[in-house]
Ligand binder design. Structure first.
Ligand code: SAM
Length: 259
């Protein structure tokens, strides 16, 4: 069963999510902002990336949306005094106070199972002609790392007994399937592509604990969580290089209505 817990350790995530900031920087450049637009950051996390987006919008406004309570609280603290409204919302039910010029999203869509509903909801939130520029984990993302984590979780004692009903929380979609979904949801000029992004991780233990293994740890009793992370790390090569594959999305909301 999917884990019911959707929260994160926002403080640790904020400290260790250096790779995410690097990905987001390239993505913000891809938005080609004038600086006065209204933009939604879909899945804002702890607010670090939203702050970078705010720097590119000196005369603009941001709606930063996230479903995790600790991320929302951390983002509000990080972004205080900025022209950013942080909203606690589920992205598949996104409702913004006004249509936005662009939706930006980094490292979030692969945490959402239903991309058809997600993309329709994002299209509804954009003004006609508005742009979606996003990146998330794509087909093949951290396959090698996940094979190790799966092996420890599903085959090793004392962990395996806790993973009997656990299902993987990620949806690593392919580029072609995503392009079809975006077109069906009412986007045009759709470009989607996968890009391998192997990434060396400086501080592997807190990184795995608060990012890659965050939903594994929900399945375990507190006393076994650190032991599990240590065991997965033991099975990885050192230094740890994660075999990330990013799914890139650039699309424009069609001016024609979609049912
Ligand atoms: C890996 S973090 C990325 C945060 C930020 N964009 C960054 O790059 O640092 C993924 C975020 O997506 C949020 N998220 C996942 N599924 C969501 C959903 N269905 N609705 C809203 N937020 C969601 C999580 O709570 C988490 O904060």
């Amino acid at each position: 069963m999917p884990s019911a817990n959707r929260d994160w350790d926002a403080r640790t995530y904020h400290r260790v999510s250096t790779p995410h900031r690097g990905w987001a920087k390239a993505l913000i450049d891809r938005l080609e902002l004038r600086g006065d637009e209204t933009v939604c950051d879909a899945g804002c996390g702890s607010g670090a990336v939203t702050a970078m987006l705010a720097d590119a919008l000196p005369a603009g406004r941001i709606y930063a949306v996230d479903v995790a309570p600790s991320m929302v609280a951390h983002a509000r603290e990080t972004l205080a005094g900025r022209p950013v409204t942080v909203l606690a919302q589920e992205l598949t039910e996104l409702t913004l106070p006004e249509p936005v010029d662009a939706i930006f999203s980094s490292a979030t869509f692969h945490w959402i199972a239903d991309h058809d509903t997600l993309f329709r909801r994002l299209a509804l939130a954009l003004r006609p002609g508005g742009r979606l520029v996003a990146q998330c984990g794509g087909e093949g993302n951290i396959d090698a790392f996940r094979a190790i984590a799966d092996d420890v979780a599903f085959t090793e004692a004392p962990f395996a007994q806790y993973f009997q009903d656990w299902t993987r929380p990620w949806h690593y979609a392919g580029a072609d399937a995503t392009a079809v979904r975006l077109t069906d949801a009412g986007f045009r000029d759709v470009h989607t592509w996968l890009a391998p992004a192997p990434t060396a991780i400086d501080d592997p233990k807190p990184f795995l604990t608060s990012v890659c293994l965050v939903r594994h740890l929900d399945a375990l009793p507190p006393a076994l969580r650190e032991v599990f992370v240590d065991r997965v790390l033991e099975r990885c090569t050192h230094p740890l290089v994660l075999d990330y594959v990013r799914l890139n999305i650039v699309a424009t909301k069609s001016t024609e209505a979609v049912d």
